[in-house]
Ligand binder design. Structure first.
Ligand code: ZN
Length: 144
């Protein structure tokens, strides 16, 4: 999904940009390699603010996901909710700052039309919000 940050760069720009949108399942946020599967569109609330090197995005993300139980190997559905922030930078600045270089090299960049791609950001945000132990229910007996 591409987000247009142009409003932040106009004359008389607001101090922040607040967006609410849904990402349909057809967007394929999780790759074929992920064992988890999204089962509902992703609800996203995001606030973007300008920084010295680019734009900082704060994301509230929620939806439902299908997981595999670590005990019984059955699939089950779970709600997820996560809040995280991610900075996106202009790729052409002459900064030697490490954080800037890392963000740029990892592709967290703002393109020449002042747009960003957020699929990878969402993928990482969602996957890191999942519990380490995925158990379908407290009393799951596991494989019998
Ligand atoms: Zn189970």
């Amino acid at each position: 999904m591409t987000i247009d940050l142009q409003p932040l760069f106009q004359k008389k720009a607001p101090s922040f940009l607040e967006l609410e949108f849904q990402i349909p399942l057809t967007e394929k946020i999780l790759s074929e390699l992920d064992s988890e599967k999204l089962t509902t569109p992703i609800k996203v609330k995001a606030i973007f603010k300008k920084t010295k090197e680019g734009v900082l995005g704060e994301f509230d993300v929620e939806g439902k996901i299908q997981l595999t139980c670590d005990r019984c190997l059955d699939e089950f559905e779970k709600d997820y909710y996560t809040h995280f922030s991610q900075e996106f930078v202009f790729p052409f600045l002459d900064f030697s700052d490490n954080v800037y270089m890392e963000l740029r090299d990892e592709g967290y960049i703002i393109n020449e039309k002042n747009q960003i791609e957020i699929n990878e950001t969402l993928r990482q945000g969602i996957l890191t919000s999942l519990p380490m132990k995925k158990i379908c229910k407290e009393e799951c007996q596991g494989l019998i």
